[in-house]
Design a protein around this ligand. Structure first.
Ligand SMILES: O=C(O)CCC(=O)C(=O)O
Ligand SMILES: [Fe+2]
Length: 339
């Protein structure tokens, strides 16, 4: 797969040319277009952005105590999960962490690519609350067929994305089934909670930087997804997770995916599981590349819980986009709390 994908990326001009169109195919699920522009424009306009918006200091590190979570993070074996009826380890990981490493998930080399350059950023209409120093693109799996006719030159890339999406959907489905059993969830029949069609594959490149004043690679946030499955492609650290008020580095380990629970999972589980708070710091030695797969429920599936008013994922997404646009940040689940 590496060989099929890499030539597509080679000569970054291909993506420089096509990025505006790629955006149309799939904007990041919970970002306003403005925030998205900001995120992808730093390469050419870093000085402009930083001058326009003073960087906010990195969030409190709990007394600068950053711990490595390498030995603490729960590890889930996908193959064992298939055999166990109630998987206590998975349940504990979801309850206590909201994030775990995943091993034995299938092919060791899932996807690889080279960094992608974006075109010059368009002027920002509004400064978002935080500047995120990264560039990348999102692809919604359900829209890949449009991609075929619009960009025949990227056909091998499209096929790779499809294969990656199928593989990751299989993983997400297995994990979700395990979680549903553990929580004894009453699922709506014939509806998908981890729909491939709404799945998003996102590739990001974070520049290297030793200057903490420039801000974070990706601000403190929770994901809107049911599950997010992260491939820390070039094994460069940066991801940190908030656990018991301390930031822990999630060190990359080869052939090991990182799974984190998102807002939809929190609501579906009636708050038994938490959407994990995380952020990405810039690495001071190397640029970092991550490939993330976000999976969502069918857009019109009604999520019922005792904590939140009934809502659909499309309502949630619209609310997040509106908050991003008006307030400059995501409010998320608190917007849907029962009063
Ligand atoms: O790049 C990463 O490691 C994490 C990215 C992330 O948290 C996100 O896109 O929501
Ligand atoms: Fe995230």
């Amino acid at each position: 797969m590496i060989n099929r994908l890499t030539p597509t990326f080679e000569g970054n001009h291909l993506f420089s040319m096509n990025m505006p169109h790629l955006q149309v195919l799939g904007a990041r699920h919970d970002w306003s277009p403005d925030a998205y522009l900001c995120r992808r424009s730093f390469v050419h306009h870093e000085h402009v952005i930083l001058a326009a918006t003073p960087p906010s200091p990195p969030p409190d590190d709990g007394g600068d105590q950053i711990h490595e979570a390498q030995d603490l993070l729960p590890v889930i074996d996908l193959e064992c999960l298939n055999h166990d009826k109630n998987n206590i380890k998975l349940d504990e990981a979801c309850k206590q962490w909201g994030l775990f490493r995943l091993v034995n998930h299938g092919p060791s080399k899932l996807l690889s690519g080279t960094p992608i350059l974006t075109p010059s950023g368009t002027a920002l209409k509004r400064a978002p609350q935080n500047i995120n120093l990264l560039e990348g693109f999102n692809m919604t799996l359900g829209q890949l067929s449009q991609f075929q006719s619009q960009f025949p030159v990227l056909e091998s890339f499209r096929l790779s994305l499809m294969e990656y999406g199928e593989h990751l959907t299989r993983i997400a489905t297995t994990l979700f089934e395990g979680i549903a059993k553990n929580l004894d969830l009453k699922l709506q029949p014939s509806r998908s909670y981890v729909a491939e069609s709404t799945g998003i594959v996102r590739v990001y490149r974070y520049p290297k930087s030793s200057n903490y004043n420039v801000g974070l690679g990706l601000e403190v946030h929770t994901d809107s997804s049911v599950l997010s499955i992260l491939n820390q492609e070039n094994e460069v650290s940066g991801l940190e997770v908030l656990k018991d008020d301390q930031w822990l580095t999630v060190k990359p380990i080869s052939n090991t995916l990182v799974v984190n629970l998102g807002d939809m999972m929190q609501a579906i589980s009636d708050d038994k599981y938490k959407s994990v708070t995380h952020r990405v710091k810039l690495n001071n030695k190397k640029q970092r590349i991550s490939i993330c797969y976000f999976v969502f429920p069918d857009e019109d599936l009604e999520i019922e819980s005792s904590k939140y008013r009934t809502f659909t994922y499309s309502e949630f997404r619209a609310q997040v986009q509106q908050d991003n646009k008006i307030a400059g940040y995501k409010v998320g689940l608190p917007r849907f709390e029962r009063t």
